[in-house]
Ligand binder design. Structure first.
Ligand code: SER
Length: 322
């Protein structure tokens, strides 16, 4: 990898991945591809960016040509609840847009593409605890269906065209950021910290006992880069690695926050759409394939993640230190 394009640069992951890639590969060699949402200042002030609407294949071609791109981290997506509310938009971005990215990568002979998948690929008929890597995939959401399509198409492009496509199934991601994630099912696990620091309270849209696999952003970024950099000979899987660091419910997370903010109160106002999506996803994952094939191991558990999140969010909001 010499020159890297990151699509979805303004999103939850893109805005955190880019500074780490720039520190590693050089500021001018990592191009932020954005469409509608403005970039966070830590991305826009520090290096090159370009409008890349992935539903318009010529935008991707221009970015690849202008910056002599040889690797794409393809992060742009409609998250789960947004996709249910805007299926046409999700088809455009999550299916047609992803296909455009892979087609340009083949056409321009890129070194490789990273296409993150999600716990949303799983559906009914499989174990929901320690869900194995290689099981039947029957997602019930448009977001999950598009992620299965991405995994399968990535494998197909590898076999058919020799394009080095890799991907991992990210769980919910907890992070401190300028922008909140937009309408995903696991967003509560970010929002709760802002409620805790600002008002010592948070109203959660998922039920207290909804257990989902999660990872803290620094570990998610590390996973993406480690998988992209690992030697191809090590890989048995390619586009479909389970990855997880912890599993918790809203009530578990509230209990952990209360250790630092004793008067924190959580209440519940259930969003039926997001609850039904969460209920279709696993509670925990078996990520042994990722551990074995490219050495995945998370650095953060729920306690160290909560400690760091509370301190970063309070610095960001310039509020009382925790
Ligand atoms: N965080 C995503 C969502 O909630 C799951 O991959 O949609």
């Amino acid at each position: 990898m010499k020159n890297i394009l990151v699509t979805g640069a303004a999103g939850q992951i893109g805005s955190e991945l880019i500074p780490v890639l720039r520190a590693r590969y050089g500021t001018d060699n990592v191009i932020a591809g954005l469409n509608r949402t403005p970039l966070s200042s830590k991305v826009s002030n520090a290096g090159p960016s370009m409008k890349v609407d992935i539903t318009n294949i010529s935008d991707i071609e221009k970015a690849v040509d202008n910056f002599e791109i040889d690797y794409i981290f393809h992060m742009s997506t409609f998250l789960s609840a947004l996709a249910e509310n805007n299926p046409q938009g999700a088809f455009g971005v999550n299916i047609a847009g992803l296909t455009n990215v892979l087609d340009v990568a083949v056409d321009k002979k890129l070194e490789g593409v990273m296409i993150p998948s999600s716990i949303a690929v799983f559906g009914s008929g499989i174990p929901t605890e320690d869900t194995p890597n290689d099981v039947m995939l029957k997602p019930t959401t448009l977001y999950g269906i598009a992620k299965v399509y991405g995994e399968l198409l990535g494998n197909y492009y590898f076999q058919r065209y020799g394009l080095d496509v890799r991907g991992l199934r990210l769980p919910g991601i907890v992070s401190c950021m300028d922008e909140m994630p937009t309408n995903g099912t696991t967003d509560y696990a970010v929002q709760i910290f802002y409620g805790a620091v600002q008002d010592s309270s948070y109203t959660c849209f998922l039920k207290p006992d909804t257990r989902l696999p999660m990872v803290y952003m620094p570990d998610a970024v590390k996973a993406l880069i480690d998988l992209a950099e690992c030697h191809t000979d090590k890989l048995v899987h390619r586009t479909d690695f389970n990855v997880t660091a912890m599993s918790f419910t809203p009530s578990d997370l509230a209990r952990e926050i209360r250790k630092k903010i004793p008067d924190f109160v959580i209440s519940y106002d259930i969003d039926t759409l997001r609850q039904s999506i969460a209920d279709s996803w696993p509670s925990s994952l078996d990520d042994s394939a990722a551990r074995l094939e490219w050495g995945w191991h998370p650095d953060y558990d729920i306690t160290s993640m909560v400690d760091e999140m509370l301190s970063l969010v309070s610095q960001q909001l310039n509020s009382r230190p925790i």
